[in-house]
Design a protein around this ligand. Structure first.
Ligand code: BEZ
Length: 211
């Protein structure tokens, strides 16, 4: 069955390009991003891994560990990493899971047979420090992911985990947030000392609480 928001991210052990891991142990107290690649030595995946390697610091500073997966062997991954480094002008700096028997791909429902019965789609799972799934996104193989959007969503997830706010359409870190409907107007001064503006009783904005 497909994994849903709030489900525990299934644990697994696997070989990766940075050694064998127990997924939950590897995550530790961090947030995690697990993202799948249809196959090694494919053009879009190559650009994606290069893009994440170049911006890994943006994930690290948010306390997020990133890990990729492709249903190919460790040996294949090692050869591919040389190509990624060469063509994307980077140095790979996060692990790729080898999943030739599709154990992890099956556990996370990353193979969508009506799209392709062998390769995974481009799945993204954001996992919280409580090991619960906070976000899933599924792209087709033909569309490379937007990792700036992923960072934007992580900012929103981390903010809304700590404060009683939600983030509006196209929100970017630093912009005003929406006070969640469960907060009464009486609670606002204590929860949001920076103030608020009420457009409608259900649409109340406040400056981003953690800025
Ligand atoms: C790619 O990563 O370039 C790719 C993989 C599968 C289908 C289409 C593109």
């Amino acid at each position: 069955m497909a994994l849903r928001l709030g489900d525990e991210a299934p644990n697994f052990t696997a070989e990766t390009t940075e050694g064998a891991i127990d997924f939950h142990e590897w995550l530790g107290d961090s947030w995690g991003v697990l993202f799948s690649h249809p196959a090694d030595f494919t053009p879009v995946c190559t650009t994606e891994l290069g893009a994440v390697a170049k911006t890994k610091e943006d994930f690290t500073k948010r306390n997020v560990k990133v890990i990729a997966i492709s249903v190919d062997t460790l040996e294949s991954h090692q050869g591919w990493i040389s190509d990624i480094d060469e063509t994307q002008n980077t140095t790979m700096n996060f692990p790729i899971i080898a999943d030739p028997d599709r154990q992890v791909a099956t556990l996370y429902d990353m193979i969508h047979p009506k799209a392709d019965d062998k390769m995974t789609v481009r799945s993204v799972f954001v996992i919280g420090p409580d090991k619960k799934i906070k976000l899933t996104i599924t792209y087709p193989a033909s569309t490379g992911r937007n990792f700036s959007e992923l960072l934007r969503v992580i900012d929103s997830l981390q903010l809304t985990a700590r404060h009683k706010v939600a983030t509006p359409a196209n929100w970017q870190d630093g912009e005003d947030c929406i006070i969640v409907p469960a907060v009464t107007n009486d609670q606002i001064p204590e929860l949001f000392p920076k103030g608020h503006r009420e457009i409608k009783p259900y649409l109340r904005y406040t400056p981003q609480p953690n800025k």
